[in-house]
Structure formats: structure tokens, C-alpha cells
Design a protein around this ligand. Structure first.
Ligand SMILES: [Zn+2]
Length: 464
């Protein structure tokens, strides 16, 4: 069964055929690092991480090159640096580190390369030079602009009449533009702002050109997959595509365009009880990263995602169930299944149908639990299937105990385990009232004790 992906350019699901299966290339637009990122910005991080994992599974870990850029020069960065009286690097280093830590907490593998705009200046200036040389761009009043009227393919990706797109995106009308849709490749910096030398005067690049230059430098044209949020189709990806094609006549730019839908945060109840949950950085303080990941993947990536407290609570419950099964099956060796069966991957191969794949995970967990209860020989192969499918989705990477005990520090763990050992001893001695007293003491600490065939396990209950 081949991988099929919905391609925004052709508006159809197409079988995925990489240009070179030994070097599969994917680029996803990354963050502008001037502050902590909104949880909605982590939806593509998690969605394209699943695709990255799936491609690695299909073509081999070393055959997939995934680039995600970092925009580290921008008006908002300049404003923040000026407000704090620090160089822009102090801002961008701080928020890039936080972004990467938050992405890792959500179970995302690090991209193969993470180019930064400020470290790609030579390639950016060279590409603008080629666009000017090809008459695809023009210099005017210290700016360099892309000539949209000169590129007949302009508007093909977004597929809407140009006038409508311009109205929707509120493009800047400026006297130095030949057409309102023409966009900036290079512009002068304001006094006191960082600037770089160029043949058109000192300044800095526009946003769109950085991605085109990085794609060419890091991956080579054309790439297999270009991804990002649906809000990037116009103007950002339309402009990236125009630049990439016109700078390098005779080459395509991206063979498959993938876009994830919006994350809609409209839950009053959630904002009241969880405070500022708009930022992944804050949400991660009150929710396990894996539960947030589960909630981010609970809708198909092209559908809008309703971000609610209930969705997060369901995610936790689902993972509690899965980890509970793994805890009961901890003595079972995950082996004997001969790798992940093709039909288990079928939902993901069908345009990354993560909700169906998560249902398949739950089904396998049910099968594993039943096999463990019956003490059946099939438990090993089922556990192997479950763990292999979970790995492709970036789930169940923790030990069951660590999942249930998340949030407990070492002192608390030692105290809880001491009480459980005392309770086990009391039960063994048939000292039932003492055992009940210890159980109540644990409950008072918000600890739930779960007795199983291989001894008791415990978890910190979610605060009601
Ligand atoms: Zn981009």
C-alpha cells in the first residue's frame, strides 16, 4: 500500500513518489523567535513530525532530510530587543531554545537541519541577485521587489483570483511597487536596526525569500514535500514558489504541498481553569507533553482542531488506558511479531489519518490486555505491534511508571513507595485495618494504588 498525501497544488490525494528514495526531502516553515509560541504553531510541528517518522520508517532513518527554518530577523524581534535594550541574538537565542525544548516535550524529533535566516544571508543575497538578473525582480528606492506580473504561474498554489487574495491579505501598497502584489525581497533597515551588506544597499531580507534560499541551499530543488499551516498558502508559499521557480529556470520547487488546518481555541471554561493556555510553554507546565501531542493529533491534520479542555482530558484518559495496559504487560517481551504489519500502518499511509491510527493503537492495546489476562502466547507479538505503531506516532515512549508518576519529585516517590511497601507487608500479614489505613493515607496524598498480578502500581491522580 503506497503512501498517499493530499497536495494543495493539485487539490487531490496523490501517491507519494520521492524524486530520489535514497534522499527524501521535506521542508516545513518554522517559528519567528521573538516570544513563546502559540499552541496553534505547534500543530504543524507535531503533524509533520508524524510524517517525518513515517517517511523514516518507509525509506530509512538516514534517507530522510527534514529542514525547518528559524526566522531570527524580523520587526517583532527588533521591537522586543529594543524594548529590553539587548542585541537581537539575546531574544532569538532565548526563544529558539524555549521553542525547541517545548517541541521536544511534545515528542517531536529534532529536524535534520534548522537553518537560521541570519546565518543564510549569503545564499539569500545571491538568490535575490539571480532574480534581478533574470528580470523576475527589480530594485527601487533601496528595496528589491518581486515582479508578480512577470510570473505567469503566480496564484496557482492558492488558486484564487489575485485581486481577491490581495484584498484578503491586505498587502502593503507602496509608491515603489509596480503592482500592489509585488513583494519585498530586500529592504533597508531602520536606523539602529541590524543590517547586512548587499548590492542594493545595506538592509535585510523579506520573510519569503529566506525559505526559498534555505530550501535551495539545504535541500536542493525541487524538494519532495513542503509543509506548513493553511494560513501560509497565501502569500507566503505562493511567494516562496514564485521565487524558487524564477531564480532557477527549469526547476520545479516542491512536488507535494501539505497544509494543516487551524487550531481553534474558543473554550471559555478552559481559559478560566488553566489560565494562559494559549502558549505551549505554559500549557506544558500543567499537562504532560504526550497528552498535548495526543490532543493535537486527535483530528485529521487537514481539519480544523477544536482546542478544548475536554479534548485534553480525553487525551489523558486515552494515554492512562494505554499506559495502564503496558504496565500490566510489563513482564511481556515485545517480540515474535516480525515487525509492524502493513495493515497497521494503513491509516497513516492514507494521508496521515491520525485519528484512525490512534483507534488502531487502542485496538492493539485491547488485544494485548486480553492476551495478558489469558496469559496467551500471542502477547509478545501484539506488544511488538503496539510499540512499533506507537513509535511511528511518537506515543508511549515513556515507561508506564514514569507516565503515571509524572509530577512527583524523588522525595515524594520514595515516601509513596515506602507506604506501598508497608501496605503490601500489612496485606501479607493479613493486617487488613493497617493496610486500609495506609491506602487511605496514600489517597490523601492524591495517590491511587492499582493492584495487579505483578504487584501494585501507583499514579498521581489528576487534580479535579
Ligand atoms: Zn516558509
Amino acid at each position: 500500500m503506497p503512501l498517499t498525501l493530499y497536495d494543495t497544488m493539485t487539490r487531490a490525494k496523490r501517491a507519494f513518489v520521492p524524486a530520489d528514495p535514497r534522499r527524501v526531502t521535506m521542508y516545513v516553515c518554522g517559528p519567528t523567535v521573538y516570544d513563546y509560541s502559540h499552541i496553534g504553531n505547534f500543530r504543524p510541528v507535531v503533524v509533520f513530525d508524524v510524517l517525518f517518522r513515517l517517511l523514516r520508517r518507509l525509506y530509512g532513518d538516514d534517507a530522510v532530510v527534514y529542514a525547518a527554518n528559524v526566522t531570527d530577523v524580523d520587526d517583532k524581534i527588533n521591537a522586543r530587543a529594543a524594548a529590553e535594550g539587548v542585541p537581537i541574538e539575546a531574544i532569538t537565542d532565548r526563544y529558539l531554545a524555549a521553542y525547541n525544548a517545548d517541541a521536544a516535550a511534545l515528542g517531536a524529533l529534532a529536524p535534520t537541519v534548522q537553518p537560521r535566516a541570519t546565518q543564510t544571508m549569503a545564499a539569500i543575497v545571491a538568490m535575490i541577485g539571480r532574480l534581478v538578473g533574470n528580470d523576475a525582480a527589480y530594485a527601487a528606492e533601496g528595496h528589491v521587489l518581486f515582479d508578480t506580473q512577470g510570473f505567469s504561474g503566480y496564484g496557482r498554489l492558492s488558486g484564487r483570483p489575485l485581486d481577491e487574495m490581495i484584498a484578503g491579505a491586505r498587502v502593503e501598497v507602496a509608491p515603489y511597487k509596480r503592482h500592489p502584489a509585488d513583494f519585498v525581497l530586500w529592504k533597508p533597515s531602520k536606523p539602529g536596526e541590524p543590517e547586512w551588506p548587499s548590492p542594493w544597499g545595506p538592509g535585510r531580507p523579506g520573510w519569503h525569500i529566506e525559505c526559498s534560499a534555505m530550501i535551495e541551499q539545504e535541500l536542493g530543488l525541487p524538494i519532495d514535500i513542503h509543509g506548513g499551516g493553511i494560513d501560509l498558502v497565501f502569500p507566503h508559499h505562493e511567494n516562496e514558489l514564485a521565487q524558487g521557480v524564477c531564480a532557477d529556470h527549469g526547476h520545479g520547487y516542491a512536488n507535494y504541498w501539505l497544509h494543516n488546518g487551524f487550531l481553534n481555541m474558543a473554550d471559555e471554561k478552559m481559559s478560566k481553569s488553566l489560565g494562559n493556555v494559549a502558549l505551549a510553554h505554559d500549557l506544558l507546565k500543567v499537562q504532560p507533553g504526550e497528552a498535548i501531542r495526543w490532543a493535537l493529533l486527535a483530528a485529521h491534520y487537514r481539519q480544523p482542531l477544536a482546542w478544548t479542555e475536554e479534548a485534553l482530558s480525553q487525551a489523558r484518559n486515552s494515554l492512562d488506558h494505554l499506559y495502564g495496559v503496558l504496565g500490566r504487560a510489563r513482564h511481556v517481551e515485545a517480540a515474535g511479531g516480525g515487525g509492524l504489519a502493513e495493515d497497521q500502518l494503513a491509516p497513516l499511509l492514507d494521508d496521515l489519518n491520525t485519528p484512525a491510527a490512534m483507534a488502531a493503537l487502542k485496538k492493539l492495546a485491547g488485544d494485548l490486555d486480553a492476551a495478558v489476562r489469558r496469559d496467551a502466547g500471542s502477547a509478545g507479538p501484539v506488544k511488538q505491534q503496539l510499540m512499533a505503531l506507537a513509535e511511528v506516532m511518537g506515543f508511549l515512549q515513556a515507561e508506564p511508571q514514569a507516565w503515571f508518576q509524572g509530577g512527583a519529585d524523588e522525595d515524594l516517590k520514595a515516601r509513596i513507595e515506602g507506604l506501598i511497601a508497608a501496605r503490601d507487608a500489612a496485606r501479607a500479614a493479613k493486617a487488613w485495618s493497617e493496610a486500609d489505613r495506609l491506602r487511605a493515607e496514600l489517597a490523601g496524598m492524591n495517590v491511587e494504588v492499582m493492584d495487579g498480578p505483578a504487584g501494585a502500581t501507583w499514579r498521581i491522580k489528576e487534580q479535579a
